[in-house]
Design a binder for this molecule. Structure first.
Ligand SMILES: NC(=O)c1ccc[n+]([C@@H]2O[C@H](COP(=O)([O-])OP(=O)(O)OC[C@H]3O[C@@H](n4cnc5c(N)ncnc54)[C@H](O)[C@@H]3O)[C@@H](O)[C@H]2O)c1
Length: 358
């Protein structure tokens, strides 16, 4: 369901006349994460909860506590200034956003949980929250990437659902948080498995007049390979998903702007002589790249068709310099790391399969 479709609901003050008792409740919202996108999510949500009667005004935002160079705690500064001075400086989040450094307190009694931290922290967060979530609570994941274990990959929404025993929708789109923070037009898609009403409630919570796309261009091969790759890992993925905001539009946006492009560009400009880790630290001020997810994988060995773009990236950006993880990508044990092999350019089989099966 496209958020745009819910524009008509935006700004609605009162509960619809045919509302059931269930709808009379006020939903409490908690945001788990307060980085760049987490803070923008807080701004979007807070602007809606304050005007829609079926949400509690207060939006709780869990802040992974940090001490700022001034010696102040980040959560204290957010509560005082209503601004995330580290991850979203210069933008007011809304007077009804309250920062909580304690995770348990942040989620206490919450009916709607918004997960928006870098994917690498999600497992630990879910472990900490297990057994502490209100019965009947609903979740949504804004987290990109996936959890990759030796047994196979899992979508983050699946990790949340399984670990916390709650339903979890997903919100994805061609979204650059800093642009949305400046109220530049953008859009996203809410994905759901079970309950359309719940998905609509999520869409209402996020929809604003400006959160609806950014520039579009090429990237045809990338899209094809993404589709192949996604279907390999998750065979139930629908082709139509790649034409949604979370597919082609997100691909374009990611290629044209944002942190991954910024660091990748610096990596290329430096001729691959400086590591991603180094550039991430230098350029992102604490923000995280979405590169880590490949580090732990073993399942990509099932790639049995050549993906020239993916292979080029692995060869140029990863295998050339990485010491700890390339072997896993191609399904070899760690003893074989550093052995890159090569893709023969054929249309069947290909380099990754060759590496995986020899
Ligand atoms: N920023 C964007 O434009 C954007 C857009 C769409 C989706 N996303 C996705 O949203 C998710 C969150 O990204 P973001 O931009 O809000 O975060 P970010 O990269 O800006 O910030 C990193 C966050 O991680 C927190 N953190 C650091 N160490 C931690 C730890 N040990 N445990 C828990 N948290 C820790 C930091 O406090 C900070 O809040 C990511 O999956 C990202 O890919 C981001």
């Amino acid at each position: 369901m496209d958020i745009q479709q819910n524009q008509k609901l935006q700004g609605k003050e009162n509960i619809p006349s045919n509302s059931t008792h269930e709808e009379m409740r006020k939903y409490k919202v908690a945001i788990i994460g307060s980085g760049n996108w987490g803070s923008v999510a807080a701004k979007l949500i807070a602007s809606n909860t304050i005007k829609m009667s079926y949400f509690h005004d207060e939006v709780r935002m869990w802040v992974f506590e940090e001490t700022l160079p001034t010696g102040e705690k980040l959560s204290d500064v957010i509560n005082l200034t209503k601004e995330n001075v580290k991850y979203l400086p210069g933008i007011k989040l809304g007077k009804n956003v309250v920062a909580y450094p304690d995770l348990d307190h942040a989620v206490e009694d919450a009916d709607m949980l918004v997960f928006v931290t870098p994917h690498q922290f999600m497992e630990g967060i879910c472990n900490r929250l297990a057994g502490k979530i209100k019965a009947g609570a609903e979740a949504i994941s804004l987290v990109k990437g996936m959890e990759v274990k030796m047994e196979g990959p899992n979508m983050i929404s699946t990790v949340i659902s399984r670990r916390l025993g709650i339903n979890c929708c997903v919100l994805m789109g061609a979204n650059i948080a800093n642009e949305i923070a400046l109220e530049k037009l953008s859009e996203a898609t809410v994905g759901y498995r079970e309950n359309k009403d719940v998905a609509e409630r999520w869409a209402q919570l996020f929809t604003t007049t400006y959160f609806l796309v950014t520039a579009a261009a090429i990237m045809r091969i990338g899209l094809i390979e993404m589709r192949t790759f996604s279907k390999l890992l998750f065979p139930s993925v629908k082709d139509s998903t790649f034409f949604e905001s979370c597919g082609v539009a997100d691909l374009i946006t990611t290629c044209l702007g944002g942190r991954n492009r910024k660091v990748a560009e610096a990596f290329a400009r430096n001729g691959g002589k400086r590591s991603f880790d180094e550039l991430e630290t230098e350029l992102l001020n604490g923000q995280k790249l979405q590169l880590g997810r490949l580090r732990e994988g073993s399942t990509v060995d099932r790639v049995n068709k050549p993906s020239p773009l993916v292979i080029a990236i692995i060869e140029k950006a990863v295998l050339e310099r990485a010491t700890e993880w390339p072997a896993l990508i191609v399904g070899r044990d760690k003893t074989s790391k550093g052995d890159k092999g090569s893709w023969d350019g054929s249309t069947e089989g290909g380099w990754i399969k060759e590496m995986a099966t020899e």
